[in-house]
Design a protein around this ligand. Structure first.
Ligand code: ADP
Ligand code: MG
Length: 454
């Protein structure tokens, strides 16, 4: 996006790096994060206002009640009976636990911490309502509040009451409710989002299977409009590709049939000429032409729409090796099979054997010793075809895969190749969602590595 500023770019990069990879989790975060943020802010505001207001109101009335008691005392004759009456009124009418202490001083004043809203408010109110020296402390053993007022020199009213009488409480329930609501929201969001993501996963799975040449007829687009549109586009594409392959195969079947007919006629005419040494080169040429024709056909035909089936790996390798040996009866190369995984994999059987045949026939053409090994690792079938030939220099390996390309070492060796072997093999590997790479081999020559997902 060219119009994005540098900031947006780095913000996007930051998100890409720190958001989880999966769509499901991303959507969950996008949905949940603002809600949590909003709820937190709302909770903070509500709690703050609630606490502030209620505490002010309760504090003010407590302070006024204490002021009333002090006034009563001042207007009385300050006798023991009068004080007892005040105490009784405080306890019964105002639910304040009051003691009168004589011959004592106020405890030393304490500066309340900045967050002690209650103490600071009470100091203001008590100064106004009693007009005397006093001392306030909240947060006693049960959150009790204690106020001491010096009504006369050496006479102190000590008033104690429970916290609910003086400041706001009960905010825990509200918090719990909010948490429960958030949890419920999260649960519902998770269930809904799951449902949205499943069709995307199905589409991805179908596309992957199609890429690997597997059956995808079970796929039906569903889910949200956009996902269904993508699914239908996939179905269209699948249809188009199938039609394309079909047309190509039909045409090739025709061409191949026509050419083979002529070739067969050729062979018959040659046979009629008998075992004449003069026609030997001609016969060889016809054989070679047949081989080349088959190569060309295989290349353009691709997998010919072959359906994948269960293939036993060691059996397929063995069968291919026998075919290669039969094809070159005069070759003295020895082909060894070692550590082949005893596995059955889902592949297009004929295409897979052709892939192997191309690699093995290259190996026996360029080397004398050939070894085929393999393993199943990371959900992949790995096959290694090694030979002790000259190998291919690293910078030419990519070139070797191109159709009709033959490297110099091959041209000197014989002239019958078409340069299609590796191209066809790579095509087949790709059609299975896999790949072939070339490396230096342990036998001194080339190692072809086949990697197919299974
Ligand atoms: N095992 C090998 N050792 C050395 N060179 C090889 C080997 N396999 C292939 N090559 C080189 O790669 C080229 C392309 O191989 P390929 O596509 O099979 O065509 P072709 O075998 O018909 O020449 C060959 O011409 C050859 O030069
Ligand atoms: Mg070849």
């Amino acid at each position: 996006m060219p119009h994005q500023t540098g900031f947006m770019n780095s913000f996007n990069r930051f998100l890409e790096r720190h958001l989880p990879g999966g769509l499901y989790r991303r959507a969950l975060i996008i949905l949940i994060a603002p809600v949590v943020l909003l709820q937190t802010i709302m909770a903070a505001i509500i709690l703050d206002r609630h606490w502030d207001n209620v505490t002010k109101a309760l504090g003010r009335s407590l302070s006024m009640e204490i002021g009333l008691l002090v006034d009563d005392y001042q207007k009385s004759d300050k006798s023991a009976e009068a004080v007892a009456l005040i105490e009784q009124r405080a306890r019964e009418r105002l639910r304040l636990d009051m003691d009168v202490i004589r011959g004592a001083d106020l405890p030393p004043p304490e500066t309340p911490p900045f967050y002690a809203l209650f103490e600071r408010k009470m100091q203001k109110y008590l100064t106004r309502d009693t007009g005397r020296a006093f001392w306030v402390k909240s947060g006693g053993p049960n959150g009790d509040v204690e106020v001491q007022v010096e009504v006369d020199k050496g006479t102190i009213f000590r008033i104690r009451t429970e916290a609910e009488r003086a400041q706001a409480s009960g905010t825990g329930g509200l918090l719990l409710l909010m948490l429960a609501a958030s949890g419920m929201l999260l649960g519902i969001a998770m269930i809904f989002l799951r449902k949205q993501v499943v069709p995307i996963l199905e589409l991805a799975e179908a596309a992957k299977n199609f890429g690997m040449g597997r059956d995808t007829s079970g796929f039906h687009p569903r889910g949200a409009d956009e996902i269904r549109a993508a699914g239908n586009a996939f179905l269209d594409m699948r249809r188009r590709i199938a039609r394309h392959v079909e047309q190509r195969t039909d045409m090739l079947a025709g061409v191949s049939h026509d050419l083979r007919t002529i070739l067969t006629r050729f062979k018959l005419e040659l046979a009629v000429l008998g075992d004449n040494p003069k026609v030997h080169p001609l016969k060889e040429d016809v054989d070679e032409m047949q081989h080349m024709l088959e190569d060309y056909m295989a290349f353009v035909k691709g997998d010919g729409g072959e359906q994948a089936s269960d293939v036993n790996v060691p059996d397929a390798v063995r069968m291919t090796v026998e075919n290669v040996e039969r094809d070159r009866p005069d070759s003295d190369a020895e082909i060894a099979m070692k550590d082949l995984p005893r596995a059955t994999v889902h592949l297009k059987a004929n295409a897979f054997r052709r892939l192997l045949a191309n690699l093995i026939s290259n190996a026996v053409r360029y080397g004398h010793r050939v070894q085929i090994s393999g393993e199943i690792r990371d959900h992949r079938l790995w096959l290694y075809v090694d030979d002790n030939g000259p190998g291919i220099p690293a910078h030419q390996r990519e070139e070797a895969f191109r159709p009709f390309v033959r490297l110099d070492n091959a041209r000197n060796l014989d002239e019958t190749g078409t340069g299609l072997g590796l191209a066809i093999a790579q095509d087949i590997a790709h059609a299975h969602g896999g790949e072939i790479t070339l490396e230096d081999g342990p036998l001194g020559g080339l190692r072809a590595v086949v990697r197919l997902p299974v």
